[in-house]
Structures are given as structure tokens and as C-alpha cells.
Design a protein around this ligand. Structure first.
Ligand code: ZN
Ligand code: FE
Length: 258
């Protein structure tokens, strides 16, 4: 069994440390800053860092890569379609890698950036490392891709098994759910989740991991094929919207100024 340890970085990033306690090995996802990882490794000298997994090229995800690589001689894997210094293995859709004894499938999920990838593990207790594509209750901003691409990426993730745990790279859940409730005020699942997350954040607790089933119930960007979300998008736009990608485009723009 892998253990997932969230290392906090910057104001709201999580650097996920995947830990194989049995064999004293660890891997790290999107280390935007080397410091928290170096600190953890310093406190756990019996552990070897074997891999750095990169989802996309933004500085808050790759900033610590060079320092960590020099300090640990680990292997760096990242997207084939993005220019990232220090990546040893360039991964495209359908590639499969082995990390800490687990098979991870590479999914290309463009939208936030054009080359963004996610890592999916179809183990008995499945999980996906979704970077800045799928957040708890939301999705990444469209810096490079189109609404169509993001829509397709999210629908691909929605097709993963319901129990798949979702590990994303930012603590945006509270703001995301407040927006989700503005889109769907009558959605009881969002109401309940918002209350739970408000309590978690009041206590300074992490709101992750999420799950694919929870996202399908409460994430407006993953729900852009639902009539309730399309109705909200239509009202916002002032004309009828009945297409998932177009709906995502409208609510993404809405969220950008929410
Ligand atoms: Zn990003
Ligand atoms: Fe980010």
C-alpha cells in the first residue's frame, strides 16, 4: 500500500509524496519547490527518492526539479509535448510506467496547458494524479488549451472508476465549491460537500483526496453535460447552450471573474 503525504508549498500548492513504507522508497509529484521534499528526506534518511513525476511545465510544478535531481539521482518523468529541462523520460498518451512497484498509465489531458498529462493507477485502490487539470470541485484555468480540450480531458477522467481517488496540486476546494453552488444552488451534494469543506478549512485541514464519484456529483466543470449546469450557463450567457464544451467555456469564464 502506498501512503500519500501532502507537502505544502507556496500559498496553496500540494507536492504529493508517494511513500512505499515497506521498501523505503518514495516518489514525488510536481515539486515546485525542492525545500519541503529535501526536508522530508532529511528527516527520513532510510528512504530513497526514486522518481519525480511532472504533470505540466508551470514553475509551481517544476521549480524544485533541478535541485532534487542533483541531490538524489532519481528519474524524472514528464510530458512529451512540453519543454521541461531535466526530464529523463518523455511520456505520451497510453504510455505505462512503473513507479514504486505500481503501474501508472499516462493520460494526455490538455486544456490548462497543451501537453498536460495525468497519471492513473488502476490498482485495487485506484488513484489519479491530476495536476492542475481536475481540481476538487473545479478545473484549471485555460492558459493554453481550448474549452473543447478541457471538456474532453475532464470527461476522460470522469470515465475512470467511481472510487478512483483524485490527488490534485492545489488547495482550491472551498472557492471551487462556493462557485459550484452559484452554478447549481439546488444541488444537495454540493451543499453538503461545501459544509464539510468549510469545516475542514476552518480547522486548517486538507480537503484531498477527492474521488471521481464525488467530482461527478459536485464539480460543475465535470458536470457540463448535465441539464442543470447547461441551464445555468444559458442564463449567464443570455442564450441557449446545450453542448458540454460550450457550457464549460461559459462557466470557466464565469469562474474567472467570480
Ligand atoms: Zn499550472
Ligand atoms: Fe499549479
Amino acid at each position: 500500500m502506498l501512503e500519500f503525504i501532502p507537502l505544502r508549498a507556496f500559498s496553496d500548492n500540494y507536492i504529493w509524496l508517494l511513500v512505499d513504507q515497506q521498501n523505503h522508497r518514495a516518489a514525488v509529484v510536481d515539486p515546485g519547490d525542492a525545500k519541503p521534499v529535501v526536508t522530508w528526506l532529511g528527516r527520513h534518511p532510510e528512504f530513497t527518492l526514486t522518481h519525480i513525476l511532472i504533470t505540466h511545465h508551470h514553475p509551481d510544478h517544476v521549480g524544485g526539479l533541478a535541485t532534487l535531481k542533483a541531490a538524489t539521482q532519481c528519474k524524472v518523468v514528464g510530458p512529451a509535448n512540453e519543454e521541461i529541462a531535466g526530464v529523463d523520460q518523455h511520456l505520451a498518451d497510453g504510455d505505462r510506467i512503473k513507479v514504486l512497484g505500481y503501474e501508472l498509465d499516462v493520460l494526455e489531458v490538455p486544456g490548462h496547458t497543451l501537453g498536460h498529462i495525468a497519471f492513473y493507477c488502476a490498482a485495487e485502490d485506484p488513484f489519479v494524479l491530476s495536476g492542475d487539470t481536475l481540481f476538487a470541485g473545479g478545473c484549471g484555468r485555460l492558459f493554453e488549451g481550448t474549452p473543447e480540450q478541457m471538456h474532453q480531458s475532464l470527461q476522460r477522467l470522469a470515465a475512470l472508476p467511481e472510487k478512483t481517488r483524485v490527488f490534485c496540486a492545489h488547495e482550491y476546494t472551498l472557492a471551487n465549491l462556493r462557485f459550484a453552488l452559484a452554478v447549481e444552488p439546488d444541488n444537495a451534494d454540493i451543499q453538503v460537500r461545501l459544509q464539510v469543506v468549510e469545516e475542514m478549512r476552518a480547522d486548517g485541514r486538507i480537503t484531498l483526496p477527492s474521488s471521481i464519484s464525488l467530482e461527478k456529483q459536485t464539480n460543475p466543470f465535470m458536470r457540463s453535460n448535465e441539464s442543470a449546469v447547461q441551464r445555468a450557463a444559458s442564463e449567464r450567457l443570455g442564450e441557449s447552450v446545450s453542448d458540454g464544451a460550450e457550457t464549460l467555456a461559459v462557466i470557466r469564464q464565469w469562474k474567472d471573474s467570480f
